[in-house]
Every structure is written in structure tokens, then in C-alpha cells.
Design a protein. Structure first.
Length: 392
């Protein structure tokens, strides 16, 4: 199956006179619009074979499969709790990962402790896999810290808001890893929207030329805020790697086993000195881009409903049940754990201090500035007016 270019094609003129069409020829069979991708679990939870990637999950145990399921369920619960907290005024903003749990947990569990991860601002599942306390993520979105964790403690960089710039950081870090002679790898996450950024193209260039041990993991959730992927590229995103001289592969981003296997492959080749690779995890953003977005303005309900049938969590649950790898006791215990996590997240966030409203004026200029001083004074007077009950 292949994906056709969405570019418009001009009709050919007839070679016969009078502007009439030439004699009809047998129509060529239509190509499927479904993407060709690596898949190990179907949406119905059926295991399918793949000669190239089966080996990377051949020894996975029932306990590890339950662990992947647990990771996705708890990550989704944390994400839902964060969305609710933002709606209640406890967070300034939240970028949900709903629907992308398999891509993040599968790839995150493929990393080793000595690998280094460069996320964007939506990799809550990867942060979970790297051992970052989820409440630390919420401190940043509340505005009370700049990340809340030491990147070197978990080899997990702080969230990057500037679109695509973390791929340059990851490439430079990977070049340093290679010069140090280490056998670890680097993985950089970004979305389909970031793939249009010049920083990403520059990262591809440098990583290829210097054979850097970096894996580029693109979560193609098909919407760069309100912009669909077909308005950004004429070819599938994974094919861009060919132009830079390294391999690219498209994987079913709702299949946690396939994401685990493909990422293991890419990381292993990077560690062994074979250079970069691009993974395009073809998935779907079930919710809004952030809590300030309304996706109903630009996409159809039917589209979301079609992807709900491919839910990554339900897919793995069906497989666990059909293979006898999990019973009702496991699912009930996990539900209790999920509730406990939601409660802890709420309690921790509500106990956090309010953001320092005057901090925005700090570090704007190294030596201060008269205009900033004036703005600070005006804003302080405005805030004080609330306490006096005399808002003007």
C-alpha cells in the first residue's frame, strides 16, 4: 500500500482533434490511501508477524506486556487529570497526549538508562518512562518553575516550547557522544508540524554528515494545530530521511509493540555507529492541540470517531485478554492505582504556590532597562488594585 501525493495534477490534452478525449483505456486500479506502516498489533488486538521487526519483541514477557498497558493507562489518567486542573484554573495551559500513548510508551521503553532524550512539550508518557515525577511537569505549566527536574538525573531534557529547536540540541549532544566514544544513543521527539521547521532540516543535515547516534522520532498526529499534514508535505514524512542519506520508517503509532520494536531497532543501529534514523509514528491527536484550542473548528467528528476505534489502550487490552496474559484482578487493581494517581496529582498541584506574577520582568535585560522598570511599576499598581477592591 502506498500514499499518493496530494498535489494536483493537470489533465493531459487529447491527441485527437476537436478537443475530444482519446479512446478510453482501461483505468488503472486506484491506489489505497491507507499508509504503509509497520504493525504488530491490529486495531482489534490481533498479533501479526513482521519479518524485520519481530525479533525486537520476540522475548517480551507477559509481565512486560502488562507493564506497557499499565504505563499507557496511568499516563492517560495523569493527562486527563491535568486537563481538568487547567479547566479549573490550576494550570495556565496544558498540551494533551490523548491518543498518542502507544507512540510515547513504546518508544520510551525502548531507551536505555544511558540514552539521552530530548522532548517537546507533549512527551508526558516518555517522561513517565524516564522516571520523571509527573507532578514536576505540572509545575512548569502552572508557572512556578522552569521544569522542576534535573535533566541529568534521568537523561531527560527539559521540555522545549520553541518548535523544532530540540532536534538541534539532540544532534549536537549526539555528536558529542560519538566523540566521547560512548555506545549510548540520543532520541529527539517532535511533531508533524515541527517537521516543516528549518531547525529540523538542519538537524538532519548535520546528523547525517557526522553520522551522529541520534534517532528522530516524529509523532505524526496529523494536525499541526489546525493545519493538516497534507498541507505541509507532498510525501509521507518518513521519506524525507532518504534525501539526507539515512533510513526512515513509518510505524503504526497506536501499536505499542510496533513502536517498541522499531525504536529498539533505530537505537541499536545508532549505538553501533550506523548513524541517524527517522521514525514517523502515524497516530492521531484525539484532543485539542492545547487547552486553548478548539479542534471542532477545523476537523470532523467522523474523523475522531474513526480513530477511537484504533485506541492504543483498548488494542493492547484485547491482546492481553485473548492471550490470557491478564485477568480481571489485574485490571481492577490498575483502576485503583489510576484513581490514587489522580488524587495525588490533584493534591500536589493544589498545594503548589501561585506563580510569581512579577517574575516576568526579571532577566529581560542583563543590566535592567527603563521601559521594563516602568512596565513593572504599572503592573504592580494594577495587581495592588485588586487587593484594594478598586480595579480600574
Amino acid at each position: 500500500m502506498t500514499v499518493e501525493s496530494t498535489a494536483a495534477r493537470k489533465p493531459r490534452r487529447s491527441s485527437t482533434g476537436g478537443g475530444k478525449r482519446a479512446s478510453a483505456k482501461k483505468a488503472a486500479p486506484q491506489k489505497s490511501t491507507e499508509p504503509e506502516l509497520v504493525q504488530l498489533l491490529t486495531p482489534e488486538g490481533k498479533r501479526v508477524k513482521n519479518a524485520e521487526y519481530d525479533a525486537y519483541v520476540a522475548d517480551i514477557t507477559a509481565e512486560e506486556l502488562r507493564g506497557l498497558y499499565r504505563d499507557m493507562v496511568l499516563t492517560r489518567r495523569f493527562d486527563a487529570e491535568a486537563t481538568s486542573l487547567q479547566r479549573q484554573g490550576e494550570l495556565g495551559l496544558w498540551a494533551s497526549l490523548l491518543g498518542q500513548e502507544a507512540a510515547q510508551i513504546g518508544s520510551g521503553r525502548a531507551t536505555r538508562d544511558d540514552d539521552y532524550v530530548f522532548p517537546t512539550y507533549r512527551e508526558h508518557g516518555v517522561a513517565w518512562c524516564r522516571g520523571v515525577d509527573p507532578t514536576n511537569l505540572l509545575g512548569m505549566f502552572r508557572g512556578v518553575n522552569n521544569g522542576g527536574w534535573d535533566p541529568n538525573s534521568n537523561n531527560f531534557h527539559l521540555y522545549t516550547i520553541v518548535i523544532g529547536s530540540q532536534t538541534l540540541h539532540a544532534t549536537g549532544y549526539a555528536m558529542g557522544v560519538a566523540k566521547d566514544g560512548a555506545d549510548s544513543a540520543v532520541i529527539a521527539y517532535f511533531g508533524d508540524g515541527a517537521s516543516s521547521q528549518g531547525d529540523v532540516a538542519e538537524s538532519f543535515t548535520f546528523s547525517a554528515v557526522y553520522n551522529a547516534p541520534v534517532v528522530f522520532f516524529c509523532q505524526n498526529n496529523q494536525w499541526a494545530i489546525s493545519e493538516p499534514t497534507e498541507k505541509q508535505t507532498r510525501v509521507p514524512l518518513f521519506q524525507r530521511a532518504q534525501g539526507f542519506g539515512f533510513p526512515g520508517v513509518r510505524v503504526d503509532g497506536n501499536d505499542v509493540l510496533a513502536c517498541l520494536a522499531v525504536t529498539k531497532w533505530a537505537l541499536e543501529r545508532a549505538r553501533s555507529g550506523e548513524g541517524p534514523a527517522l521514525i514517523e509514528a502515524f497516530t492521531y491527536r484525539m484532543g485539542a492541540h492545547t487547552t486553548s484550542d478548539d479542534p471542532s473548528k477545523y476537523r470532523r467528528d467522523e474523523e475522531r470517531e474513526a480513530w477511537e476505534a484504533k485506541d492504543p489502550i483498548l488494542r493492547l487490552r484485547a491482546y492481553l485478554e485473548s492471550e490470557g496474559h491478564a485477568d480481571e484482578g489485574f485490571f481492577a487493581e490498575l483502576e485503583d492505582e489510576s484513581e490514587a494517581l489522580g488524587k495525588r496529582v490533584r493534591e500536589v498541584v493544589r498545594a503548589m504556590p501561585d506563580p510569581d506574577l512579577m517574575a516576568i520582568f526579571e532577566n529581560v535585560y542583563a543590566d535592567g532597562h527603563a521601559l521594563v522598570d516602568e512596565e513593572r511599576a504599572q503592573f504592580a499598581a494594577y495587581q495592588a488594585s485588586f487587593a484594594d477592591g478598586e480595579v480600574k
